[in-house]
Design a protein around this ligand. Structure first.
Ligand code: UDP
Length: 472
């Protein structure tokens, strides 16, 4: 009898911790529960601090997960105003020749790769997988509504005569809440820009995949998933395998345990956790306004502070830590005045540990989809403060669709002012509205847990993928 071969898949993540974390969870799941081995093939730009964060994260993964770092590519020829979305996509695109060499090397060494999983910024790698007869899959790290938008983009592009933000009517995607044009992703907002053209080109590639894996779950977006399946415009099978969220800690720093120890001393449901993800930064004026708002609210808070950047952006995207001490940018005397009820940590906190803590009662988030899933999994109601990418859509889904969030609104100068912040925090922590949002969020928490029981929808979808990958 022939010995069973250990199934092996390769994963090509695009740069960014928010991209790597859910893919690492997928890999861990396949390795520990389905005896797979996994090779991460990592494109890299010349930014070493960013690479370092990825390296230490990957090194902590189990032994059956190995990594191949592709030679760094260069961005020196790009104009300064090249959007971050284009840079990330380009770092994958320019690595394609290296990917081809790596797949050919794996092939020659007799390693049978039964699938190549790329994320949404790596869709140009789909063709390369096909060259080697490896079935390619897309890992869509946002929700089904965002997938629906992407699949509809070519059609929207044809019918819309103006910029999306100027549309008079909301965009109506099948099975989704109506979306205001201005809530569409950043890089869709300037249709003459390269980033938009690039996105449009990428959307057309989706149908080349063997399957699309979505980090969401059926009961979270039932109408959208149903429409994706029934209405015939997604030709590719969709696998909803979420929530796939970070387990264990991404960074073992001291501040991690400090956060949890501090929470141990706070009353149940009393603390607002404030974080803008791995890359989100605020302007200095906005940072001060947020500090003042938190102080005015009189509520307890645990705030992951990042050094400010000119404008609200994802400036810290290419490194999890930025250089200056972020706490130096807070208003004078702020730490002293709030020390009885506030804790600030620099750059990074053990997010899921914090959200799972009984003392945490709310989460002010930039609405990166992983953070949204972290909030849902832990049943913590939200204040949505979207900054970039598809975060405004996520905020709309959470606020208007699922009704588990309040949402900030910037004034004419683009600032969310202290009064509004204080008001929202008071509503969420201890207010009636907060209680209501919390109850709805706990229903979602149960549904998320349900998706991963033996008969749950995500467990079943992952099982189908595993079955396919073992067969190949
Ligand atoms: N995260 C964390 N601690 C932090 C900030 C972020 O553990 O202080 C993790 C979080 O759990 C999530 C990821 O980093 O898995 C952030 O991803 P998200 O999609 O929310 O936002 P992005 O960082 O991509 O903007």
């Amino acid at each position: 009898t022939s010995q069973a071969v250990q199934p092996h898949i390769a994963i090509l993540p695009s740069p960014g911790m928010g991209h790597l974390i859910p893919l690492a969870e997928l890999a861990k799941n396949l390795v520990s529960r389905h005896s797979f081995s996994v090779t991460f093939i990592i494109p890299s730009d010349a930014n070493t601090s960013h690479l370092q964060a990825q390296k230490s994260f990957l090194q902590a993964l189990p032994d059956s997960i190995s990594c191949i770092f592709l030679p760094p590519i260069s961005f020196t020829d790009l104009p300064n105003d090249t959007k971050i979305e284009s840079r990330i996509s380009l770092s994958v695109n320019r690595s394609i020749p290296h990917l081809r060499r790596t797949l050919s090397m794996l092939h020659e060494s007799g390693t049978h790769v039964s699938a190549l999983v790329v994320d949404i910024l790596g869709v140009f790698a789909l063709d390369v997988a096909r060259e080697f007869s490896i079935p390619p899959y897309i890992f869509f790290f946002s929700n089904a509504m965002a997938l629906s938008l992407v699949l509809h983009l070519p059609e929207l592009d044809e019918v819309a005569a103006c910029e999306y933000k100027d549309l008079l009517e909301p965009v109506r995607l099948p099975g989704c809440i109506p979306l205001r044009g201005k809530d569409l992703p950043d890089h869709f907002q300037d249709r003459a820009n390269e980033a938009y053209k690039f996105a449009l080109e990428k959307c057309k590639k989706y149908q080349l995949a063997e399957g699309i894996i979505v980090n969401s779950f059926l009961d979270l977006e039932p109408g959208t998933f149903k429409a994706l399946k029934d209405e015939g415009w997604c030709k590719v099978p969709v696998y909803a395998i979420g929530p796939m969220i970070q387990t264990g800690s991404a960074s073992g720093s001291n501040s991690s345990s400090d956060c949890l120890k501090w929470l141990d001393n706070q009353p149940d449901g009393s603390v607002l956790y404030v974080s803008f993800g791995s890359g989100g930064t605020l302007s200095h004026d906005q940072l001060i306004e947020l500090a003042d708002g938190l102080e005015m609210s009189g509520q307890r808070f645990l705030w992951v502070v990042k050094s400010p950047d000119e404008k609200a952006s994802n400036a810290a995207f290419f490194s999890a830590q930025n250089v200056a001490d972020p706490l130096d940018f807070l208003p004078r005397g702020f730490s002293e005045r709030t020390k009885k009820r506030g804790l600030m940590v620099s750059s990074w906190a053990p997010q899921n540990g914090v959200l799972a803590h009984r003392a945490t009662g709310g989460f002010l988030t930039h609405c990166g989809w992983n953070s949204c899933l972290d909030g849902i999994t832990n049943g913590v109601p939200l204040i949505s403060w979207p900054l970039f990418a598809e975060q405004r859509m996520n905020a709309a889904l959470l606020t208007e669709g699922l009704k588990v969030s309040l949402r900030v609104e910037a004034n004419e100068s683009g600032i969310v002012d202290r009064k509004q912040i204080a008001g929202l925090v008071q509503k969420l922590i201890g207010g009636e509205e907060g209680k209501d949002l919390g109850n709805k969020m706990r229903v979602l928490k149960d549904a998320a847990a349900e998706a991963w029981t033996q008969i749950g929808s995500s467990e079943k979808a992952l099982g189908e993928l595993v079955h396919k990958w073992i067969q190949v």
